[in-house]
Design a protein around this ligand. Structure first.
Ligand SMILES: NC(=O)C1=CN([C@@H]2O[C@H](COP(=O)(O)OP(=O)(O)OC[C@H]3O[C@@H](n4cnc5c(N)ncnc54)[C@H](OP(=O)(O)O)[C@@H]3O)[C@@H](O)[C@H]2O)C=CC1
Ligand SMILES: CC(C)CCC[C@@H](C)[C@H]1CC[C@H]2C3=CC[C@H]4[C@H](C)C(=O)CC[C@]4(C)[C@H]3CC[C@]12C
Length: 305
């Protein structure tokens, strides 16, 4: 088995490589540089991957950003007194907003990084993913924050609203559904995962580390009722690892696989039906293809001759 870490920061990817090798000295681990928020960088990385590999069995599409997060503490406080408190504490519905901006390609940064960069990468790697002896797999890190009401076909990059993260994750769910419909026959299967609430650099940008540390006993208590409070990256990866072991034909394309941890710390996976409209998914996919065409026209020199 060969593991290739695709990261934007060479120092961090080397550090990740070293820690994998420290635990598994015989492993084959390489790295490739990619900034998922830049179409040119994605095309360059895909070209490099096509050069190095003849097939890819698994692609984990995990990079994600939530810039300038803002928690509405008034809404959070009011929500604590309602019957929807658990829903609010696990999906952040109604209590979180973000401010987005344009990236160098003129796309909304959250949409570009969380979805479009990954989409472009998958499309550029189709020749390594489709038509192999064994099925290949895509595993997208989505979120329970993905919500239909945050997404609209007329503003699919979410330039006008303040829930770009939720919109990008809903767009991820839609994309996975269509990829399955189009590519299952060619041996490519796509799944979406929610790691649950995990302490990571993303959450440390929402509240300072020391506040999260103070909240930890409360979150352990909440976990008795909210099983998606996985809290550690290790627990959050439960669904990724579980999916790795499943036969793709046994999975449901309309299900999101949630990492869960019980109050006593036992990890398991819970499949939950996604709230996706397949017609919207198809229309959205067409828009992604249009955007892809524009990117390929702009960066034609980065394609194989
Ligand atoms: N934490 C949580 O509670 C939840 C997280 N998620 C999702 O899990 C995934 C991982 O997030 P998490 O570990 O929590 O957060 P982190 O911020 O810790 O990790 C995000 C990762 O994405 C990488 N990344 C971000 N932007 C780019 C880019 N432009 N190009 C390449 N890589 C990039 C980061 O690289 P670098 O190290 O260089 O910054 C980092 O490795 C995300 O998709 C997130 O949306 C979903 C549900 C809950
Ligand atoms: C746990 C508490 C006592 C107080 C914390 C309040 C808020 C800062 C957090 C409550 C719910 C959290 C979130 C829920 C869903 C996550 C989602 C799945 C994701 O993809 C990224 C992070 C979340 C939005 C997360 C962020 C912090 C909360 C809003």
């Amino acid at each position: 088995m060969h593991l290739c870490l695709a990261c934007r920061n060479a120092q961090r990817s080397e550090a990740a490589r070293d820690s994998v090798l420290a635990a598994h000295p015989a492993a084959q681990v390489s790295t490739v540089e990619v900034d998922l928020g830049s179409a040119a960088s994605v095309l360059r990385a895909a070209r490099e991957l096509r050069r190095r590999f003849q097939r890819l069995d698994f692609v984990f599409l995990n990079a994600g950003i939530m810039p300038n997060p803002h928690v509405n503490f008034k809404a959070l406080w009011q929500g604590l007194l309602t019957g929807k408190v658990l829903h609010m504490l696990t999906t952040a519905e109604g209590i979180m907003t973000q401010t987005d901006r344009l990236n160098g390609d003129g796309l909304q940064e959250v949409f570009a990084t969380n979805l479009f960069g990954h989409f472009l990468l998958v499309r550029q790697l189709e020749c390594l993913l489709c038509g192999n002896e064994k099925p290949s797999r895509l595993i997208w890190t989505s979120s329970s924050n993905a919500r239909e009401s945050a997404f609209s076909l007329s503003d699919y990059q979410h330039a006008k609203g303040q829930e770009s993260y939720s919109s990008s994750k809903y767009a991820t769910d839609l994309t996975s559904v269509v990829l399955n419909r189009k590519l299952n026959e060619q041996g490519l299967y796509s799944s979406v995962v929610c790691p649950g609430l995990v302490m990571s650099n993303m959450t440390y940008r929402i509240l300072p580390v020391f506040i999260w540390k103070l909240l930890m006993p409360i979150m352990w208590l909440i976990r008795f009722f909210a099983k998606t409070y996985t809290l550690t990256p290790y627990n959050g990866a439960e669904a990724h690892v579980w999916l790795f072991k499943q036969k793709p034909e046994s999975l449901d394309a309309l299900v999101k696989y949630h990492s869960c941890t019980s109050g006593l710390g036992k990890c398991y996976v819970e499949p939950r039906k996604m709230d996706v409209d397949e017609e919207t998914a198809e229309k959205f996919y067409e828009k992604l293809l249009e955007l892809e065409k524009q990117a390929l026209e702009r960066y034609g020199d980065l394609l194989d001759k």
